[in-house]
Ligand binder design. Structure first.
Ligand code: GLN
Length: 480
């Protein structure tokens, strides 16, 4: 797993010290060796990646600069549209689907010199926290193959953690970048809602979804973020807020940094998670940072609010997959009407968790229940936002665990509600539309395996530079 980070790879390739083709070939070889055990990739683009890498080398030989991601190998979550290969959302519903266009993030990464090496497995339609609902088999955690890499972006996290790419893309609706980053011991950034274009991301909860990178270092997260962020005419929810050059923001001065720690984030964590948080707080304090005790009582209402809003939006977004307009179509039986054909196509195409979400969402939106559930959830959403505003008047960033535990075993969590509780610290970031990041924070050795533990930092909307600078500081303190 000793591989330079993406920033170093791009620098080596741009300077001519490393050939993009050699680097791509080494990456593809590593995938061929490790992927059968991990199931991180659904598809690998051997020929296209080598061809693209050769084009990068040719540009460099001709004295042209391919860009800040020159020759960097990128893995893309399978709910992000690529003209290369399929875009299936790990669902039978989209088996064989080929996108006629690239998502804006893919276009921007490729425009900056990246080489797309493959598509990664995920929880079906990004619903889940363990990558076990993937129609193409479960994904395994590189730190212990009996454990889940987290989810829903588990394939992208596992590919990054096993160094089967230089950076990978995930999507985060309620924690799907940060929780797998925590379980796999890597960096995972969920930017502010609207910061990165969702054009080409298959919609789950449209008011919550954001694309973001998995990387091995904070500077790589900043690099990938910088390339992808910014307004996009194809996505009307992308924000016309200028993207600051994070390097123009001075490095965080710990003596001027106020780190908020909500009391609600300190309960119900495994001992190794508590230990990791305490160690980080000790290091920050010793470096001169001010630790501020804050209160986020709405933390306790995040899961119930999320599991009304996200399924409501999902039931609407997934209505188009009926086998006629989009998606898998069941074989029509003699005399069968359209209603039955829709029902059978959707029953065959969607797995159990997706069906559960659609039913939940349809229920909370139905007349008679709309006010009791959906409308009330929107009111709580406003309170959650207000609570973060109040908190950020007292501190610059909020620190806590990413998840209450390290990675759990595959098959170990069967109760949906228990699974949903994994996201207790991550859902409110999406509900409020602010920015969050998970950093490797420690190791849980209680199982006999060395399992990573993640720490989450949150910052106000559009304060990514602040978030990244604080993350870089914490990364340095933790590794010293
Ligand atoms: N685990 C959460 C869910 O199942 C979050 C998923 C996500 O962020 N895509 O909905």
């Amino acid at each position: 797993m000793n591989r330079p980070d993406a920033t170093a790879v791009a620098a080596a390739i741009r300077s001519g010290a490393l050939r993009a083709v050699d680097h791509a070939r080494a990456t593809l070889d590593a995938i061929d060796t490790a992927n059968p055990g991990l199931n991180a990739y659904h598809e690998v683009f051997h020929d296209a990646a080598l061809e693209r890498a050769a084009a990068i080398d040719a540009m460099i030989a001709a004295g042209r600069d391919p860009g800040p991601l020159a020759g960097v190998c990128v893995a893309v979550k399978d709910n992000i549209a690529t003209t290369l290969g399929q875009t299936t959302c790990s669902s039978r519903m989209l088996t064989g689907y080929r996108s006629p266009f690239d998502a804006t993030v893919v276009t921007r990464l490729v425009g900056a010199g990246a080489v797309i090496v493959g598509k990664t497995n995920m929880d079906e339609f990004a619903m889940g926290s363990s990558s076990e609902t993937c129609a193409w088999g479960v994904v395994r955690n590189p730190h212990d193959p009996t454990r889940t890499p987290g989810g829903s972006s588990g394939g992208s996290a596992a590919a990054m953690a096993a160094r089967l790419c230089d950076l990978s893309l995930g999507s985060d609706t309620g924690g799907s970048i940060r929780q797998p980053a925590a379980f796999c011991g890597i960096v995972g950034l969920k930017p502010t809602y609207g910061r990165i274009s969702r054009w080409g991301l298959v919609a789950f909860g449209s008011s919550l979804d954001q694309i973001g990178p998995f990387t091995s270092t904070v500077r790589d997260a900043a690099l990938a973020y910088g390339v992808m962020a910014g307004v996009d005419a194809h996505d009307s929810t992308s924000a016309p807020v200028p993207v600051e050059d994070w390097q123009a923001t001075p490095p965080a001065d710990p003596r001027a940094l106020r780190v908020g720690v909500p009391s609600q984030y300190l309960r119900n964590n495994d001992p190794a998670v508590t230990e990791a948080l305490e160690r980080a707080l000790g290091l920050l304090r010793a470096a001169g940072a001010t630790i501020v005790d804050i209160d986020l009582p709405m933390t306790d209402h995040g899961i119930s609010t999320y599991y009304v809003i996200a399924p409501a939006e999902a039931s609407s977004n997934l209505a188009r997959f009926d086998g006629i307009r989009y998606g898998h179509r069941a074989t029509q039986r003699a005399g069968e009407g359209l209603e039955e054909l829709y029902a059978r196509s959707r029953s065959e195409g969607f797995g159990a968790e997706v069906q559960r979400r659609i039913m939940l969402g349809t229920y909370v939106l139905s007349s008679g229940y709309y006010d009791a559930y959906y409308d009330r959830a929107l009111r709580i959403r406003r309170l959650i936002k207000q609570e973060f505003d109040t908190a950020f008047a007292q501190c610059d960033v909020i620190l806590g665990p990413t998840a209450p535990t390290a990675a759990f075993t595959i098959g170990g969590v069967t109760d949906p509600l228990q699974m949903y509780m994994n996201d207790v610290y991550t859902v409110n970031t999406n509900i409020a539309g602010i920015a969050g990041i998970s950093l490797p924070g420690g190791i849980d050795r209680s199982s006999g395996h060395a399992l990573p533990v993640g720490l989450q930092l949150q910052a106000p909307a559009f304060a990514e530079s602040r978030l990244l600078r604080a993350s870089e500081l914490l990364e340095r303190l933790l590794s010293a």
